[in-house]
Design a protein around this ligand. Structure first.
Ligand code: ADP
Ligand code: UDP
Length: 237
């Protein structure tokens, strides 16, 4: 399968058409952005790491019964995926308070929740991805009630499986964002990516941050953290 026209260039990936109208090629970039595009930079090697890590994790989820968009890794930074119509929701699952949750509700980073919390943001850059609840998503026609129920079930199952995967690697899964999409027949599948760009990953013994927060907060050692997480994952799998 070969790349045809560029359909979309996002902040972290390019999306290309293929000869098959049901398939796309995503190409992962080293570009990094934060704070809704206000902070820009490059994380050397990130594209290849995120591509391969996302594929390893999605393949594992697929094996455990979560349908995903993954078809085939084509090379270090490109993957063939099923084309979906993205449900415009950022589905965020949290196990430990951090980031916008800590800021919004005034709690310290690191507060461990009794049970995972799930929240939706409206995937809309010009509005700054505002937080919304199920009723808001229904009112805006972003998804049906049945789809929201399924998305919630899948997201919590993804959390349990990813927590276990990272635990074996000595990493705590603090929180993450996933996106879902609809295939032509309406089937909901997990899409986009799962990587240190979209997950908060802390070393289980030192609590050291091993994810994009190193870039967001200018902590240094960004490239090294991505490499370390990838190495730990491939050893743990
Ligand atoms: P952003 O749009 O936030 O800048 P990216 O740079 O990661 O993000 O761009 C990738 C885009 O492709 C995202 O908008 C994502 O929702 C979309 N996408 C991910 N997987 C699929 C898929 N299987 N089919 C169609 N679109 C997808
Ligand atoms: N996240 C993401 N894309 C976004 C917003 C959040 O991948 O546009 C991820 C982020 O990496 C973290 C989780 O979702 O793992 C929760 O992010 P949060 O709401 O705390 O926002 P942030 O602090 O990143 O602004």
């Amino acid at each position: 399968m070969e790349k045809q026209e560029l359909l979309y260039e996002g902040k972290a990936k390019k999306v290309y058409a293929t000869q098959d109208p049901h398939l796309l090629i995503v190409s992962y970039k080293d570009d990094a952005t934060a704070f809704n595009g206000l902070k820009k930079g490059t994380i050397q090697g990130k594209g290849a790491i995120n591509n391969q890590m996302s594929n390893l994790l999605m393949a594992r989820l697929e094996k455990e019964g979560i349908p995903t968009h993954l078809v085939e890794e084509l090379n270090s930074r490109e993957t063939l995926v099923k084309k979906v119509s993205i449900v415009p929701l950022e589905v965020i699952v949290r196990n430990i308070a951090a980031g916008s949750f800590s800021k919004r509700y005034g709690v310290e980073e690191g507060m461990v929740f009794d049970a995972p919390t799930l929240e939706f943001s409206y995937k809309n850059d010009s509005l700054g991805d505002p937080l919304l609840n199920d009723d808001h998503a229904l009112a805006l026609g972003l998804a049906s009630r049945e789809e929201l129920t399924l998305i919630r079930t899948y997201a919590l199952a993804v959390n349990r499986l990813l927590q276990e995967t990272w635990r074996v690697c000595g990493i705590t899964l603090v929180d993450f964002k996933v996106e879902f999409g609809r295939l032509e027949d309406g089937t909901i599948v997990l899409a986009d990516e799962i990587s240190p760009d979209t997950c908060r990953l802390w070393d289980a013994s030192t609590q050291e941050k091993l994810d994009k927060d190193r870039f967001r907060r200018d902590l240094g050692g960004v490239e090294e953290a991505y490499i370390q997480v990838m190495e730990r994952l491939t050893r743990g799998l």
